[in-house]
Design a protein around this ligand. Sequence first.
Ligand SMILES: [Fe+2]
Ligand SMILES: [Fe+2]
Length: 264
Amino acid sequence: MEKPYQILPDIEIIPAHFPIPGMGFLAVNAFVIKAEEPVLVDTGMEIDSEEFMKALESVIDPQDLRWIWLTHDDADHTGSIEKVLESAPNARLAANSLAVLRMSTAWAVPMDRVYWLNSGDSIRVGDRKLTAVRPPLFDNPTTIGIYDNKSGVFFSADCFGAIIPSPAQDLDDVSEGDLVQGAISWASADSPWVHMVEPGLFSKAVDSIRQMAPKIILSMHLPPARGKTEQLLEVLERLPASAPFVTPNQTALEQILAQTSGAS
Ligand SMILES: [Fe+2]
Ligand SMILES: [Fe+2]
């Protein structure tokens, strides 16, 4: 994990980069919105849990958190959820009902602290309204991103992710070529259904984000993207017609293992 840093005076990122052998790095971000009712968005990877809790405590006293918003129940977003719920007794868990149901198969979710949201629903957190928005791309049916009406930030869950050559603190530090290639690979690998979608229908979903016109896109799998919304939307529009990503098979694994053992 890396040190948290400010994106806006009232929004901080808790960043990590997960190495993907032979391909690069995938950001795995969580965020703290320092609203009147402070919100933690996602809880990182379980493998980082100890470090994650320290990073969170460096940003905010967990006792002050009023909301923990899970964009979906995938393991790279729920890594520290139980620890955070324990150390943030004043926080409610905002998530899609199906995400809560699915998590309940693994641990006892405190249902009296849960707040169920569908896409289109909003919560007021004092100085702003957070609206659940299902992004155009998702790898899990429970996905709800967040549009923050005060900052104009769209927290986009897995959508707009990219595998990048090296860790970066801002999307400006990633070349345009690397971004386009990394974003198409990630989107095709993570949401392979996009190749079965009628392009016109998919464009409508992309257009809904264009109309929302977020100033900053904060994906859980991309460095912060300021003023790059149109560029990122255009990459998404290329997806249905792009070549499907082929995940590495056993031959690739053997090559990776041979390289790793050769290097040691
Ligand atoms: Fe996911
Ligand atoms: Fe993810």
